[in-house]
Design a protein around this ligand. Structure first.
Ligand code: DGJ
Length: 753
């Protein structure tokens, strides 16, 4: 049993393999939070808390005039508003009488087998029937507003999920002005906040800062999860590092605007609140109507950040992603975007496919520009019919030609968008989000379809599904290239316009659900101007997301490093592109580009007809290498071995789940003359097992060894069979030779003998 109700203590305790989470129904029926941390027995953890007169902390009805108890100082599971807890609140509600008050007390709870679902929204699932659900109902006795707090316990993954169902139990309308998914109070502790900020082409840059007595807010008002902030934050003790210390993760399973707030209060308690962005949010609840918040995945590790990341990787791979491609090997693709941009014909695409087939690539993806009248980004979005000026042979013939070369065919779409210069817009100018009397903000020349309207979702569904039905298309890249503003819908009355941002997201999920259900054999990849909507909500529908429009391998080191804290390698779209790189102009070795892209879903994004014979041969080897390591990379444990901010190299490692093999990857980011050698301590190996180096790739080795002028080194790295125990590799480390050149990369494969 993962969830235990102890009626003597009035505690509800949830246990995962290594963590416990406890709440208690106190004598006044306030649902107090008592503990989240390392696994404990069934103790009543409320002994940790002292009540005493905290001047200036007011009393609620049941305790007045006892000045030692106050909502303002209590740790709570989910807060009300306007009733004397002055910290950030979980919810803000305007009642029928105009007041902004809610004060919750425990009503009942239920423990059920399996994992709860959230209608119309992505959520973790439990195909293996391992999870348990706790539902705790709290209610405001005056307005009868009710909140059902849902907790899903995934014992093996060390993950507890949360969401809230808010039900209007009164006879009057009420309006939700803030409806967070969760609150969590830490009465003690000193924390760093770790979050992942960014911008277009440089997403998810890890930032760690010490919490001060303030409210730190991480969020997006762009109505997508955004390039700028990711809906994933961590709290860690200041001494916590990759391998040591306490840390907590909070990941929102949602793709719209969000808000994560962390408040360190007057008594050094820390409160975390996470959920939908509340700015311009107002959701009207008629009597008896309900509102579901998105889900948050919480995880705790007492073994540092690596373990916390493993929990999330495992959780996403097993309980977020679904369908055929959850476990199946995904094809190695070539995408024509950086090869041609909008400038292509069917002949050019076939030429790319032919060259790619000879290299071992398995799928061709036709990117933006194949539909409507679209020669640049000013027109065509919405017209999901093939552009016969470019694809003169027609789509079925193009797909067949590519298939005949032995390649699968994939296609790009951007279903949520519309250009004013499109037939769809000319027919339905009112389908784009615009505010009355205002010229809407254009971004990349495009407007946003009002996905809250069923007729629009239906129309786009018909158009896209017709293409997928009429052609044997096996992959879809679902792009979304702007932030969303001008929120106003002609289908909603005045007092419901504050629902639009969330209704938009629900409409997108509806479309994703219909398309992925009707085409279960199609692999969907999420995308949003690169990685602008990289979140667990999207991963519920598509197991991979294009990580960034920046394909420069050195920048990608930072992007993939940050992404890896919450998301598995199997979710990160990564491609080898041309050198010099189109975004940064940097020149890098093909080997380096391959090593970096292999730590993702792997593919190519260049014109293979422009490659030399030598480069083509390198790519053939790269593809074979990736296939060899596929399982280890996609399903193994991922370890960050360096801190990107402080070293002259970046290293990371994969270890198979049974610890029988490991792959060490290194990219030297600052090549030095006469350098300090790189000694890298491996992780996660079996300490008494003997590992042999069975494969290694080093750049320009001849030059390196010539410069080194060390016959001993040459012999060791080039000819000698290297065998070491797991403990030697983990404690002594593996010392790499001096490598020279621009951004050289090294890959070493260790196998247990
Ligand atoms: C943004 C994507 O991230 C790119 O890969 C490409 O598909 C373009 N959009 C096409 O418009």
């Amino acid at each position: 049993m993962s969830i235990i109700y102890n009626p003597v203590q009035s505690t509800l305790t949830m246990h995962t393999k290594n963590s416990s989470y406890q709440m208690k129904i106190d004598e006044h029926k306030v649902l107090v939070h008592t503990y989240y941390g390392s696994r404990i027995a069934d103790d009543d953890m409320s002994y940790l808390y002292m009540t005493f007169d905290r001047a200036n902390a007011g009393q609620f009805e049941e305790v007045f005039p006892d000045r030692t108890i106050s909502l303002d100082t209590m740790a709570q599971e989910y807060t009300g508003c306007g009733v004397g807890d002055y910290r950030i609140s979980s919810l803000l509600v305007q009642n029928g009488d105009g007041s902004y008050g809610a004060d919750f007390r425990y009503v009942k709870h239920e423990i059920v087998e399996g994992k709860y679902a959230i209608p119309g929204m992505p959520h973790s699932h439990d195909e293996e029937k391992e999870a348990q659900t706790l539902i705790v109902t709290i209610q405001d006795k005056v307005t009868k507003l009710m909140v059902e707090l849902y907790y899903g316990v995934f014992e093996k993954q060390d993950v507890i999920t949360r969401c809230a169902k808010i039900i209007n139990g009164s006879n009057e309308k009420i309006t939700l002005l803030k409806a967070s998914s969760m609150a969590l109070d830490f009465p003690y502790g000193d924390f760093d906040l770790i979050h992942f900020h960014g911008k277009h082409a440089l997403e998810r840059q890890m930032e760690r800062c010490h919490l001060s007595h303030a409210i730190e807010t991480i969020g997006s008002r762009r109505n997508t999860s955004s390039h700028q902030h990711n809906p994933f934050i961590l709290l860690a003790n200041p001494e916590t590092n990759e391998d040591f210390g306490d840390c907590y993760g909070f990941m929102l399973v949602y793709s719209g605007g969000f808000k994560a707030e962390v408040e360190k209060d007057q008594f050094d308690s820390t409160r975390v609140v996470m959920g939908i962005q509340d700015e311009a949010f107002a959701w009207e609840l008629n009597s008896q109507a309900a509102f579901y918040t998105p889900e948050v995945l919480l995880s705790y590790s007492n073994q540092g950040l690596a373990k916390l990341s493993h929990n999330y990787h495992d959780m996403i791979r097993r309980h977020i992603t679904r369908g055929k491609f959850k476990n199946a090997r995904r094809p190695i693709l070539i995408n024509n975007w950086e090869a041609t941009y909008f400038d292509f014909t069917d002949e050019k695409i076939v030429e790319i496919a032919k060259e790619a087939a000879s290299l071992g690539v398995e799928m061709l993806v036709l990117d933006d520009g194949w539909f409507g009248i679209r020669n640049d980004d000013t027109s065509g979005l919405g017209d999901w019919f093939v552009n016969t000026d470019k694809i003169r042979c027609g789509l079925p013939s193009l797909v067949k030609q590519v298939n005949d070369l032995g390649l699968k065919f994939g296609i790009w779409i951007e279903p949520e968008m519309i250009n004013e210069d499109s037939d769809l817009y000319r027919q339905h100018p009112d389908w784009a989000l615009t505010m009355p009397g205002r010229v809407p903000n254009r971004s990349r020349h495009q407007l946003v379809l009002d996905m809250s309207r069923d007729e629009i979702v239906d129309c786009i569904y018909e158009r896209i599904s017709a293409i997928l039905r009429d052609n044997p298309i096996e992959y879809v890249k679902w792009d979304m290239n702007r932030s969303i503003c001008d929120l106003w819908s002609c289908s909603l009355p005045y007092h419901r316009q504050g629902e639009l941002a969330h209704r938009y997201v629900l409409g997108v999920y509806k479309l994703m659900d219909r398309l992925t259900s009707e085409f279960p054999d199609v692999l969907f990849e999420g995308c949003s101007g690169g990685g602008g909507r990289f979140d667990a909500g999207i991963l519920y529908y598509s197991p991979q997301i294009w990580c960034s429009d920046d394909t420069d391998p050195i920048q990608r080191l930072h992007i993939q490093y940050g992404t890896s804290f919450g998301y598995p390698v199997s979710s990160m779209g990564a491609h080898v592109s041309a050198s010099p790189n189109h975004q940064t102009g940097r020149t890098t070795l093909l080997n380096t580009r391959g090593v970096v892209a292999m730590s993702g879903t792997f593919g190519y994004e260049l014109d293979p007809s422009k490659l030399s014979e030598d480069e083509k041969e390198q790519i053939r080897i790269q593809i074979e290498t990736f296939k060899l390591f596929y399982d280890l990379i996609q399903n193994g444990k991922y370890y960050r071995l360096s801190n990107i901010l402080s070293k002259s190299y970046e290293a990371w490692q994969f270890v198979s789940q049974d610890k029988s093999e490991a792959l060490l990857n290194v990219v030297v980011t600052n090549t030095q003359p006469n350098p300090t050698l790189m000694n890298i301590k491996l992780k996660g190996l079996e300490k008494d097992a003997i590992y042999e180096v069975v494969y290694k790739t080093m750049p320009d080795v001849k030059r390196t060894f010539d410069i080194m002028n060390s016959p001993a080194m040459k012999e060791r790295y080039m000819t000698k069979k290297e065998q070491m125990t797991g403990s030697a590799l983990m404690h002594g480390g593996y010392t790499l030779p001096w490598v020279v050149g621009d951004y050289p990369a090294i890959q070493i494969h260790f196998k247990k003998i």
